[in-house]
Design a binder for this molecule. Sequence first.
Ligand code: ADP
Length: 360
Amino acid sequence: MRDLLNLEIVTKTFDDLSHGVGIFHVEDLNDIKSIRYVFMNKIILYEMRKEREEVFGKRIIEVAPEAYEHEGGLQVIETYRKVAAEGGNVNLGLVEYSNHMVAGKYECSVHHIQDNYVYVMLRNVTELEQTKIELEQKNEELSELTYIASHDLKEPVRNISSLIKLLTDENQDKLDEQSITTLSFISESAARMTRLINDLLDYSCIGGGGKELVTVDCKKLVAVIQQDIETILNDTNTTIELGELPKVKGFETELRLLFQNLISNSIKFRKPGVPPKITISAKEKNGWTFTIQDNGIGIPNEQKEKIFSIFQRLHSNSEYEGTGIGLAHCKKIVEMHKGKIWVDSKEGEGSTFYFTIPNL
Ligand code: ADP
């Protein structure tokens, strides 16, 4: 049986994987210089810029003595020894090599096979990390641009509004009915544009740097929101049923906006003649999953993704007022907590919004 698992089979199994896989033998569990290469797949050989024959069966100290001379290399080699001696797995996360491998960042984990044997899994993520940094920079630039553009748009819109007011006030007796109606349309459009610009400004501010993670008591947070919107809760006969809500690590102002948007929507999109009933609860599973369920008008299946995009609405302003930014805010807030948001709904039977807040 033992003979069956020869190097040829190992090679065929692991050689073409997109991850680097290597097997090591630690001859003396107290000596990091005794570690030998048993097998390295193509990816690792490529990263080392070595041929199979130069590596297999040799000690690391013979093939890549430089590995013992820098922090990244030493950390990994010491982990081979430790895992070979103590068993288990160690996820080293990102390891930076500057020597004996192509310089860059690698995701690396070490796993016990049997006495004195370990295998390593390696992935070069240098480019990925670089792309991530560039993407973050681009996002920041885009946010800044949105902020500046919307900020500068405010001024001319404010001018339009005040000029129309001036025109109307000073020419009350001269304007005919048609002109007054037209001017009032222009004025309403300007007011709506101001609302959109303000929303856009808020949107670009969410997730701006320099904010601190704090412990947020979601139960208290929702209680404060309930107080803030007491009048509307009474006017609409809304009941809110609260389950046990946890304390989470997060950004307080943003989390308040998140709950407030979802609760307000549950009230706004109620079924005519049916008092809104909202249930808010949370379950723990790799972090927290929150649920906000309502008995409102529901959302058609094909629109469930679309509603989280900025300025996307399913109704006209005369049916339900709004600018279509609330859920885009919610998505941005959940994503800045590294969570996800989605909705389950049956048209006419209510909606259930879910979002996750991982343990940060
Ligand atoms: P707004 O409320 O300003 O329209 P949102 O981004 O908050 O913008 O919501 C986008 C759209 O998603 C809404 O116009 C509505 O059609 C739909 N929607 C959001 N929440 C609910 C809900 N609880 N029930 C039914 N439809 C909803």
